[in-house]
Design a protein around this ligand. Structure first.
Ligand SMILES: NCc1[nH]cc(CCC(=O)O)c1CC(=O)O
Length: 309
């Protein structure tokens, strides 16, 4: 590989392309003379659209092909939404950089209503996220949750065609695609605790590629790293696949990190909440401690029941 080129493997969805082009522009800005090429590709997750995501094997489906491209040296880096990155990496690959986080909240999107509480009895809400479903049903058991797949544009088109009264999307994706005007309201973390890593972009590369690692280093945002490390550590300790409603959201003030976590069941009839605080440099152990706390207060029973079903 030429010394002056970095190749980015990316999914072809508009949001994935935005994220890859963002990293491309940042790298070219920081390193004059560096050429950054995009290698757009389809993943299994993009192809299987008719089956609920929770049933087809989950988030890893969106990253496998990108990882193979890096291992086969057809690409050097992959840019991911941290929310979609599985906790384990294949041998030889690692998450090198976490970039500054966009708004981590969920967004309420509707052409008729401003907030969840404005929705009439029995209204139909679109989301395929068990985390969102659990928290919405806990607050509003009357609402009907209907599966909603596809990229952001597809989901908005399904809302506009009248299949749903409202849909829930990550605010970050809408903001990045300049679709801010579709956000009827932001859903607070109290109403819907975000998913671990939501709104953050991470960059994966070969662990032995010192040239690429040095070029990527300036894109690192340390505060986001601590937050996402804490959130992911909680998920990892819970062994949370995407079959289980889990929320994890960290915030930092000064040197202090506060992590809120939640485990529930899909119908929202049970939710276990918890919070830990400590030094941001202890992000991983804080995440693990919160997971243990949730497990000891009922999360274990919920997780066992969900996995057995
Ligand atoms: N699950 C798909 C996905 N992965 C990342 C985002 C949004 C952007 C982000 O969280 O960084 C979305 C769409 C959504 O949840 O609405």
């Amino acid at each position: 590989m030429s010394e002056n080129v970095i190749r980015i493997a990316t999914r072809k969805s508009p949001l994935a392309m935005w994220q890859a082009e963002f990293v491309q522009a940042e790298l070219e800005r920081i390193h004059p003379g560096l050429r950054v090429e995009l290698l757009p590709m389809s993943t299994k997750g993009d192809v299987i659209l008719d089956t609920p995501l929770a049933k087809v094997g989950g988030k890893g489906l969106f990253v496998k092909e990108l990882e193979v491209a890096m291992l086969e040296n057809r690409a050097d880096i992959a840019v991911h939404s941290m929310k979609d990155v599985p906790v384990d990496f294949p041998e030889g690959l690692g998450l090198q950089v976490i970039c500054e986080r966009e708004d981590p909240r969920d967004a309420f999107v509707s052409n008729s209503y401003k907030t969840i509480s404005e929705l009439p009895q029995g209204a139909v809400v679109g989301t395929s996220s068990l985390r969102r479903q659990c928290q919405i049903r806990a607050a509003r058991p009357d609402l009907v949750i209907k599966d909603l797949r596809g990229n952001v544009g597809t989901r908005l088109a399904k809302l506009d065609s009248g299949d749903y009264d409202a849909i829930i999307l990550a605010a970050a994706g809408l903001i990045r695609l300049k679709l801010n005007d579709r956000i009827a309201s932001f859903i607070s973390a109290e109403e819907s605790l975000p998913a671990n890593g939501q709104g953050a972009v991470g960059i994966e590369c070969r662990t032995d590629d010192e040239r690429v690692k040095a070029l990527l280093a300036p894109l690192e945002h340390l505060e986001t790293r601590y937050r996402v490390l804490a959130e992911r550590a909680m998920n990892t300790r819970l062994e949370g696949g995407c079959q289980v409603p889990i929320g994890a959201f960290a915030e930092i003030e000064g040197d202090n990190l506060t992590l809120r976590g939640l485990v529930g069941n899909p119908d929202g009839s049970q939710i276990i909440n918890g919070t830990v605080s400590g030094l941001k440099t202890d992000a991983v152990s804080l995440g693990q401690a919160l997971a243990d706390d949730l497990l000891s207060r009922g999360a274990k029973t919920i997780l066992d029941a969900v996995y057995a079903s």
